[in-house]
Design a binder for this molecule. Structure first.
Ligand SMILES: [Zn+2]
Ligand SMILES: [Zn+2]
Length: 270
């Protein structure tokens, strides 16, 4: 049985994101070729992004119009949904809540900016160093998941480890208290934890969050997850989904959530 047939990819970028050049149609063609049952586009919306990263504003009207046209066009082949990846910040509550209140199918909340900088860039690490840079990211993530209710799933929890320069000396367990706080808050608020396979696509060897965190989430009573590749190009759509679904089942998850008009529906992991 082909597991992929039953899965959907719920974190995908297209040219509506500043860091992707992919035509939505190319993404859809790739998803169909891999036998996926659906795609949720989640283009970036990160207002007032630090200068070095460029603009991550989203043209709401153009994006939603384009996606609803595609949904109709492909409705007999593959289910297309329209969401966003909203960059959570400690200080933009009103603005971000307004954006999230638009008629999206799905909102991923992610941390892309910490203390005014994007950890993707050297500058963030230069001032803080590795240990403090990691700590400030997890502190910011905890503050945001406590502060915000306007997202459905929390994106790529431990992706920060990917950006540590020159071999990371620390693991998630060095930040266990903060990570526990994040997981417990998500569980209490009935929010999902995203399983994001970009870590596999970028050669890190595991999806985000790592198996240790997923296991901890289960121990704490977490059951709600979403599944996405975070693809910015067609080749990465549905990347590593077979092995990730197998791992998730091993860890005791038998389903993941997919969102339609912000309402979650349980989907089998195969
Ligand atoms: Zn992201
Ligand atoms: Zn993303």
């Amino acid at each position: 049985m082909n597991i992929m047939k039953k899965l959907t990819d719920n974190h995908v970028h297209s040219r509506f994101s500043a860091d992707s050049e992919a035509a939505p149609e190319e993404i859809i063609a790739a998803a169909k070729a891999k036998g996926l049952g659906g795609i949720t586009f989640t283009d970036h919306c990160d207002p007032d992004f630090p200068k070095e990263g460029g603009s991550f504003d989203l043209d709401f009207e153009a994006y939603t119009k384009y996606m609803s046209e595609l949904r109709l066009l492909y409705r007999d082949d593959i289910d297309i949904r329209c969401g966003i990846e909203l960059g959570l910040r400690v200080d933009q509550k009103e603005l971000l809540e307004d954006i999230a209140a638009r008629p999206w199918d799905f909102v991923i909340g992610s941390i892309h900016v910490v203390d005014g900088y994007d950890p993707y860039y050297e500058r963030y690490w230069k001032d803080k160093g590795e240990r403090e840079g990691l700590r400030r990211y997890f502190e910011t993530a905890l503050e945001c998941v406590m502060k915000y209710d306007c997202f459905d799933s929390f994106g790529h929890l431990d992706y920060i480890f990917r950006y540590v320069r020159g071999g990371c000396l620390y693991t998630w367990e060095d930040y266990k208290e903060l990570i526990d706080g994040i997981l417990v808050t998500l569980i209490k608020k009935n929010k999902c934890l995203e399983v994001n396979t970009a870590g596999l696509a970028y050669g890190l060897g595991y999806a985000h969050p790592c198996p240790g965190i997923l296991k901890r989430y289960r121990e704490l009573g977490g059951t709600l997850i979403t599944l996405g590749s975070d693809a910015h190009k067609p080749a990465n759509v549905g990347f590593g989904f077979d092995e990730t679904a197998a791992l998730l089942r091993e860890l005791g998850f038998d389903s993941y959530m997919r969102f339609f008009g912000r309402l979650g529906q349980s989907q089998l992991l195969g």
